[in-house]
Each structure stands twice: as structure tokens, then as C-alpha cells.
Design a protein around this ligand. Structure first.
Ligand SMILES: Nc1ncnc2c1ncn2[C@@H]1O[C@H](COP(=O)(O)OP(=O)(O)O)[C@@H](O)[C@H]1O
Ligand SMILES: [Mg+2]
Length: 332
């Protein structure tokens, strides 16, 4: 499989690692899927990179593939069916927000069109779509993707539909129905992350320091690199970006002070749901991590518990920097 080129800040890097997650795609390519696969995980953990590498993989396996990401305004369309290609290009000609939303909805139809045109192996990869169409529409969208699998307009051999999301709350919205399998993806493993770190030109802090700050999150690696390794600056931007205000930390101080030491305390039954929802909505934590080593994970799962990285058995900070951001505001 050809490894795609990615931009890490201003540097060209090759897609690294994620062998297990790509293996999962190979399995789907072979056996197909019954439900839509919805992948959630920390912001910047590498969902988009994995999907874009999957476009390449699926293409090589003889699939017609459409990939769309309305947030990053990117798409890939690998098919010989000219009509489908032209329709998507037509919609995206305007490149306004509205046209991207339109393209997201058209994606379902275009998938069906590929089957109607006689393609036997098709894949629809919908990236960050819930952000564009609104969380309240997430479930109905997934139902639309499921329709491709269940009520195709013709025969097919294998159809694959995957949606990826960083929106913690979309998982609840989708999880209520049985239309999708919810799969978690975590930050990179130490080995994979090291390969990325090694591709960054020096001078840079030693690997151990970067690992402990980022917990293997490639987006945090980019931000650290771009800030010239000023971890404090990156933390500050998390604080303001996610609106971790003193009002917020004062209101929930009793829980947050303990949660920065051990996120699993948020699993205690007396934790207010409102707090969990706020932390989830701000994309600070992932709540309810599935059992490790199971197929509820795409690729490697995180350690069972690693408090240094902010990972509990059931609840985890998205990265150590997220936790430190909360800790910092608590101390102010
Ligand atoms: N396996 C990988 N190999 C190389 N670069 C990666 C890999 N995974 C992620 N990245 C880079 O890290 C950054 C964040 O990853 P991204 O896929 O956008 O995360 P997500 O979609 O989960 O928010 C991007 O710059 C991306 O190119
Ligand atoms: Mg993404």
C-alpha cells in the first residue's frame, strides 16, 4: 500500500503506523459490514489521517471510494463513474459552507448511485460531518448511510460506510439507535508516535518529555512544534479555545480537583451529568472508554490506566495538556 503524504505543520511527513486500524479496514473490505461504523476519539488523534490512508488502501483493493470532510473542506473521489464525480464537483463548485453541507447530504445519494451504476465494491467515508450538519441530525444521517447497506438500489459485493467524529456528544446521539457500531480510536502508540516525532527537524525536547505532554496525540505534537515547543503557550490556547473559565472551574471545583489527579472519579455515580456533558462537549475528556483490547477499538487501545497520561479505566483526559489546562485554571 502506498503511504500518503501528510502535512504536519509545514513539514511533509509520511503516514506512519496505525497497522491495526488499517487491518480493520482490510477486514471490512473483505467481509463487508452490517452496520455503519462510527469512529469517535480525541480531537487530533489521527482519525482523518487514517481515513485518508484508507482511501488509498480501498482504492488499491478495487473499491470505488468517496471521502468527504466538510470541516477541512477536503474530498477524494475515486471512481470511474463520471456522472457521480461530476455531480459532486458541481455541488462543490461554490465552496461555500452551504455547498459543503449540501455535499454531505448528497454523499448518501452518490453512494447509492455508484451501486446503481453497477459498481460492486463501494466505500463512503464521511469525516467530521456531524459538525457540518448539526448534532441533532447525526442519527438520521447515519440511518441514511445504513440505507445504502440495507436497501441498496442494486446488487453489490461489499459496501463500506464509515463516519468519523471528534464531537463527544454525537456519540450519545448515535448510540441511542442500533444503526451504527460505535468504535473508539485512541491517540498513537508510543512506537507510532516516535516515528512522527523523529520526522520533525530539531532542536526539540527529548522524546520522553513530548510523550508525557501529548500522550501520543499528533495534533498536540504539531501545536508544540509550531509554538517552538512552548508547552505553556499551547496550554493557554487550549484554555481559551475551550473556554475553561474560572466560572467553570469554580462551579465544579469539588470534582475537577480530584479529576485532574484521577479522571475515574468522574465515573462515581454521584458525579453530576451536567459536568460530564460539559467536559464531553468541550472535548476535554472521553467518557466511558470501552474494554481494552476488544473490537470496540479501531487499532490499539490505550493502557488500562495510566494516571501520568490522564487515562483512567473508564474516563480519560483527551491528552495530558487538556488536563493541565484545567489544573492551571483551578490554581488561578
Ligand atoms: N498516522 C499518522 N501519520 C502521520 N501523520 C499523522 C498520522 N495521524 C495523524 N497525523 C497528523 O496529525 C494531525 C492530526 O491528525 P488528524 O487525522 O487531523 O486528527 P483527527 O482527524 O482525529 O482530529 C494531522 O496533521 C495529521 O496529518
Ligand atoms: Mg479529523
Amino acid at each position: 500500500m502506498e503511504r500518503i503524504k501528510l502535512k504536519l505543520a509545514n513539514i511533509n511527513v509520511e503516514f506512519v503506523d496505525r497497522e491495526q486500524a488499517l487491518e480493520r479496514v482490510r477486514e471490512w473490505a473483505e467481509r463487508g459490514m452490517v452496520n455503519v461504523q462510527v469512529v469517535y476519539g480525541p480531537e487530533g488523534c489521527g482519525k482523518t489521517a487514517w481515513l485518508r490512508q484508507s482511501v488509498e488502501l480501498l482504492k488499491e483493493l478495487g473499491f470505488d471510494v468517496i471521502y468527504l470532510n466538510p470541516v477541512e473542506r477536503e474530498f477524494a473521489i475515486e471512481t470511474g463513474i463520471k456522472d457521480v464525480k461530476e455531480r459532486l464537483l458541481e455541488i462543490l463548485r461554490e465552496t461555500t459552507d452551504e455547498s459543503w453541507v449540501k455535499a454531505v447530504w448528497a454523499l448518501i445519494d452518490l453512494g447509492r448511485e455508484l451501486i446503481r451504476a453497477g459498481r460492486r465494491k463501494i466505500a463512503i467515508l464521511a469525516d467530521d460531518i456531524f459538525q457540518a450538519i448539526g448534532l441533532d441530525r447525526a442519527a438520521i444521517y447515519v440511518k441514511g448511510l445504513l440505507g445504502i447497506l440495507e436497501y441498496p438500489p442494486g446488487d453489490y459485493d461489499v459496501a463500506i460506510t464509515i463516519a468519523a467524529t471528534s464531537e463527544g456528544l454525537s456519540r450519545y446521539e448515535i448510540g441511542r439507535h442500533r444503526w451504527a457500531d460505535l468504535l473508539a480510536m485512541w491517540n498513537m502508540t508510543r512506537e507510532g508516535f516516535k516515528q512522527l516525532y523523529d520526522q520533525l527537524p530539531g532542536p526539540k525536547p527529548d522524546f520522553e518529555t513530548v510523550w508525557r505532554l501529548t500522550g501520543g496525540n499528533p495534533k498536540m505534537l504539531v501545536e508544540l512544534y509550531q509554538s517552538d515547543w512552548r508547552a505553556d503557550e499551547v496550554m493557554r490556547s487550549v484554555i481559551s479555545g475551550k473556554m475553561i473559565t474560572r466560572g467553570f472551574t469554580t462551579k465544579w471545583r469539588r470534582w475537577l480537583e480530584k479529576a485532574v489527579e484521577d479522571p475515574d472519579i468522574l465515573w462515581e455515580p454521584d458525579t453530576p451529568e451536567e459536568l460530564i456533558n460539559e467536559l464531553t462537549e468541550k472535548n476535554l475528556i472521553i467518557y466511558f472508554l470501552p474494554d481494552r483490547g476488544t473490537r470496540l477499538w479501531v487499532g490499539e487501545s490505550p493502557p488500562e490506566r495510566d494516571l501520568e497520561l490522564g487515562i483512567g479505566r473508564y474516563v480519560a483526559w483527551q491528552t495530558p495538556i487538556h488536563r493541565e489546562a484545567v489544573r492551571r485554571v483551578l490554581m488561578e
